[in-house]
Design a protein around this ligand. Structure first.
Ligand code: NPW
Ligand code: K
Length: 246
């Protein structure tokens, strides 16, 4: 794992600031769209739809947290639907921080993607039966998580930990509960089967066990010059792919 380029959380924050700063001018929506698309594409690589098997499981259960990691999950759900999966979103704490989150929800409604809310806190697990679920997308917390984990997320993550051996979890950017620099140091954390690091892996990715977790990088939105300025080489994406398995 040591050969994989990583950047510290501080540098990652500087990269984001500059990408969305006045000179480059990306918007958060643009980056989130590419991030969510990358996660959906990773799922097509790891869990491809087998058209020859009409009985294959196609449910993907996406848990979206209150911040931008959750937003990546909402975008991912829309693309999964377009790719032929049956996404189901659990979004227990909706945010008003960014007006475009409402639009992401409207788009999911438009594509008839079911969205469970806080009102489903007693029955959400009914939609996450291992016999029907191909994988879970952990879009709960990313690089701004600060332990200890508060409710309702603590209980949700405890349930996911109990399911880890039965349904593979795909973690968006940072496995939920991990410290961005120090990895799984808190008492409640997910061990994913797949990690999709966005833009560039953060130091916590050095703590994944490659025998248990496949590691992808996605969020293909930087140039070689920009990567070099921050001390790393860009990733060698194939063709039009938005993700690269490391
Ligand atoms: N280039 C980019 O920037 C891009 C970044 N992207 C994505 O954004 C992610 C980072 O997003 P982010 O900064 O919004 O934070 P995130 O990790 O989702 O969580 C913040 C929320 O969690 C909450 N919360 C925190 N600790 C908690 C606790 N212990 N228990 C309970 N709640 C807790 C906190 O609540 P608060 O403390 O504010 O009340 C807040 O609501 C990043 O990993 C990547 O996936 C992409 O979209 C594309 C472009
Ligand atoms: K996550």
């Amino acid at each position: 794992m040591s050969s994989i380029k990583v950047v510290s959380s501080k540098l990652a924050a500087e990269i984001d600031q500059e990408l969305m700063g006045p000179q480059i001018g990306f918007t958060l929506q643009q980056l989130m769209e590419l991030a969510g698309f990358s996660v959906a594409q990773t799922i097509t690589h790891e869990f491809p739809i087998n058209k020859a098997n009409p009985n294959m499981k196609k449910n993907v259960f996406i848990i979206a947290g209150p911040g931008n990691n959750g937003g990546d999950g909402l975008v991912c759900a829309r693309h999964l639907k377009l790719f032929g999966y049956n996404p189901i979103v659990y979004y227990p704490r909706r945010t008003e921080k960014q007006p475009f989150y409402k639009q992401l929800i409207s788009q999911l409604d438009f594509f008839k993607v079911p969205i469970l809310s806080q009102d489903d806190s007693d029955n959400w697990l009914d939609y996450l039966k291992p016999e029907n679920t191909l994988c879970i997308v952990d879009a709960i917390f990313g690089f701004s998580f600060k332990p200890p984990m508060r409710e309702p997320f603590k209980s949700i993550v405890d349930h996911l930990i109990a399911l880890e051996d039965k349904v593979p979890i795909v973690a968006v950017d940072i496995p939920t509960g991990w410290d961005v620099d120090q990895g799984p140091i808190s008492e409640t954390f997910i061990t994913p089967k797949v990690l999709v690091s966005l833009t560039v892996p953060k130091p916590c990715s050095a703590f994944i066990n490659p025998k248990l977790t496949s590691h992808y990088v996605g969020g293909r939105f930087i140039s070689r010059e920009f990567a070099n300025k921050f001390g790393f080489e860009p990733f060698d994406y194939e063709g039009t792919d938005q993700v690269l398995k490391l």
